[in-house]
Design a protein around this ligand. Structure first.
Ligand code: ZN
Length: 725
């Protein structure tokens, strides 16, 4: 399977996290920005009442850009007022008048934000951008108005204290525990003095994160490699040279400029044949934020790590990671560290083998040097061409988009779960390329509505993702309305859309998220469908990728678009083999980044301020990931995910979800593969359950065991350490 790279794994979390990290914004309801003159909100606004379309589908034929802002502002005001009424209720707190009432509140803000998030991600324009900028702090303040409302928390606390005598059903009990935990994690239990301290730390953290981001953006821009000597760029294609010349022109410099990507390795290192250029480009990347100038981020991250540890102490946790992982499937940093420890020997052994192969190639070409990180991709590309070459122009004719969708993605879902699909052309859409399908359950009952928006547009964010326009909830009487977005290249008019196998995998991936949403069967919206922790949310999607290369499914869709002939076996075998290329390197660089993240965030409160370079070197040494040729995917000083993008103590989740998806697929293989019985059981015990049960218990109940990393290593073509030579 071709892995969804971490930076490609955009999903619901990017949007949820804007809300979840909102506590860091220092605003409360009382400091809400004054209502500016936005148009009045009344019954003529398409968000005023639930949509009358099937499944309450958004009224895209009626919604205008000007409708969002008044609806969002009215929605925020309504949610804050509803929260106040619940908190101030003179009646004794009950599960019904507090916890359920909170679940029922805020329907307007949900209705408009789910549509707004969808449209701004996939079809942005300057008007919507302005609304987004204006409303973000107000949405953050709304979150604070809920989680820092002392009266509301007192009610939740009272109900929580007598939870065992309330005779709640399992899902209701889970909701009560979940709500209590969210308040607790936000600091609701603290004394007023500690709350003030927490607020101060949150403000400083938000400021440092912002400072980190702007320093890093400037450092990355400055880190570009510039030259006036064309021979330094030998190996680049004409198209790559043209981009470099264009970048130079934009920056008003002579010659060529190679701009820098956010990762340690730079894509152009694969093509540059001049070793001095490679080393210079790599050095620029590695030290981009460590030059001792205004863009040096080291002091910022050292203080961030220190204050996060202080925050954890205030909240009653031994370190920041322990606090952060409380509501995750892994529960503790120790569980995440254990998984990484188990993966390291196999990953590094494989990487060292790959390094040997590359050194042999360098020597065979009389290179006369010892392999360095800057050389890796240049020579790995030669190894790939010699051993794993896959010519995409040969495979694309077998992957026509509509055929892949109907005879691959839908086919696998029908085989496993009995669900069927019917295109609906009567449901309005937000852009002409968007298609809508109604999804029917095995018994023929309507199950969900699904939109797909596959083609690249200037107004669309990069990558691929899934989210909902309407979430499933028995309490609210709603069925799921879900969309998948991707960035495939649109063919010329009248031409077929022939995609790569990587694109095929993306379709199965995003559809896996969609299935997790379709099968949601929860009473409460907060626990429904894909509303699960980060270290679980990519499991159903990555699991669904496996069916793309399952022989029965593959044979059903991989057919030549003109002749209908099956893909030749040698070509199909090449696709499979290509998936194991360079996996030692890739897993090792990912592990190194995940370990750096975790080591920074298990620092004990009160530990001396760390010197980032020494800390990083020691952390890699200690975790056996200090390889001369395989640097971390991100170095501490430019690790945007953990210092400003909400992934602090969370980068391990990519590895965790991968363990789950390979382990789960192994279960299917051991039990007869693609069958309705297997699918129905997985749906009943996992996919339909959302976050209604502890996820570690839920998984173990379905699997009959704890998840194990063996199948993951096998899928990457790595040997478990015990059986390696
Ligand atoms: Zn995903």
């Amino acid at each position: 399977m071709i892995r969804t790279q971490p930076n490609r794994t955009r999903n619901i979390l990017s949007q949820i996290s804007t809300l979840m990290t909102a506590g860091a914004v220092a605003l409360t309801a009382s400091t809400l920005p004054a209502q500016t003159a936005t148009p009045a909100f009344g019954s003529e606004n398409p968000f005023y009442a639930p949509s009358t379309l099937p499944f309450h589908a958004p009224l895209f034929d009626k919604i205008k850009d000007a409708d969002y802002q008044p609806a969002i502002e009215a929605g925020i005001a309504q949610k804050i007022e509803e929260t106040r009424v619940i908190a101030d209720n003179p009646a004794e707190p009950t599960f019904e008048n507090t916890i359920v009432a909170m679940e029922k509140s805020g329907q307007l803000i949900s209705r408009v934000m789910m549509v707004f998030n969808g449209v701004t991600g996939a079809n942005m324009n300057p008007v919507l951008q302005k609304v987004q900028d204006a409303e973000a702090p107000k949405l953050a303040a709304m979150q604070d108005a809920i989680y820092l409302n002392a009266k509301l928390f007192q009610r939740v606390q009272k109900i929580y204290a007598k939870r065992n005598s309330l005779h709640l059903d399992a899902e209701s009990l889970r909701l009560l525990e979940y709500d209590y935990q969210q308040f607790e994690l936000a600091g609701a239990r603290l004394s007023d003095a500690d709350k003030a301290e927490l607020k101060k730390l949150n403000e400083e953290e938000a400021n440092l994160s912002t400072a980190f981001t702007s320093k890093l953006l400037a450092a990355t821009k400055d880190g570009a490699y510039a030259t006036q000597d064309k021979s330094a760029l030998a190996g680049l294609s004409d198209a790559q040279l043209a981009v470099a010349a264009e970048t130079a022109k934009e920056r008003k410099v002579e010659g060529w400029v190679l701009s820098m990507q956010n990762t340690t390795q730079q894509p152009l290192l694969q093509s540059l044949s001049n070793r001095a250029t490679r080393r210079a480009l790599f050095e620029k990347s590695w030290n981009r934020a460590e030059r001792g100038d205004a863009n040096d981020t080291r002091d910022t991250i050292a203080r961030l790590a220190e204050l996060r540890a202080q925050k954890a102490k205030l909240l009653g946790y031994p370190n920041y990671a322990a606090w952060k992982l409380m509501d995750q499937m892994a529960h503790t940093p120790e569980a995440a560290l254990k998984l990484m420890d188990e993966l390291v020997p196999a990953a590094t052994a494989k990487a060292q083998g790959e390094a040997k192969d590359i050194q042999a190639l360098v020597d065979a070409q009389n290179g006369g040097f010892t392999l360095e990180p800057a050389d890796w991709n240049f020579y790995a590309e030669q190894v790939r061409k010699a051993k794993f070459d896959l010519d995409e122009s040969q495979t694309r004719p077998y992957f026509e988009l509509n055929n892949v969708l109907h005879n691959g993605v839908f086919y696998a879902a029908t085989k496993l779960y009995g669900i069927t699909f019917k295109q609906r052309t009567d449901i309005p859409v937000y852009a002409p390329d968007v298609q809508v399908y109604e999804v029917f359950d095995a018994d023929g009952k309507p199950l969900a509505l699904w939109y797909c928006d596959y083609f690249k547009r200037d107004s669309k964010n990069g990558g691929a993702w899934m989210d909902s326009f309407v979430g499933q909830s028995h309490l609210l009487g709603t069925l799921p309305v879900i969309y998948n977005v991707a960035n495939f290249t649109k063919p010329a008019a009248g031409q077929p859309t022939l995609i790569s196998f990587s694109d095929v995998t993306t379709m199965f991936h995003e559809f896996g998220h969609a299935l997790h949403g379709f099968f949601a069967n929860s009473k409460y919206p907060s626990l429904s469908g894909t509303n699960v922790p980060r270290d679980f949310v990519e499991f159903p999607s990555q699991f669904n990728e496996h069916w793309a290369s399952c022989p029965e499914v593959f044979a059903h869709y991989a057919k030549h678009y003109k002749t209908g002939e099956a893909m030749p076996a040698e070509l199909a075998a090449k696709i499979k083999k290509a998936e194991t290329f360079n996996q030692g390197y890739m897993l090792t660089e990912l592990l190194a980044a995940a370990e750096l993240d975790m080591q920074w965030h298990i620092l004990a409160p009160g530990a001396p301020v760390q010197k980032p370079d020494a800390f990083e070197a020691a952390a890699l040494q200690k975790t056996h990931l200090s390889l001369a040729t395989v640097p971390p995917r991100y170095r501490s000083s430019y690790f945007m995910h953990i210092w400003s993008n909400g992934y602090a103590a969370g980068y391990y989740a990519y590895l965790w979800c991968e363990m789950l998806d390979d382990d789960a697929y192994q279960w299917f293989q051991d039990h007869g593969g693609l069958t309705r019985a297997n699918g129905d059981r997985f749906r009943r015990m996992v996919l339909s359950r959302g976050n209604t049960e502890d996820l570690a218990r839920l998984y173990a109940a379905w699997r009959g065991a704890e998840p194990a990393p063996g199948p993951m290593l096998k899928a990457r073509g790595l040997e478990p350490a015990t059986s390696s030579k």
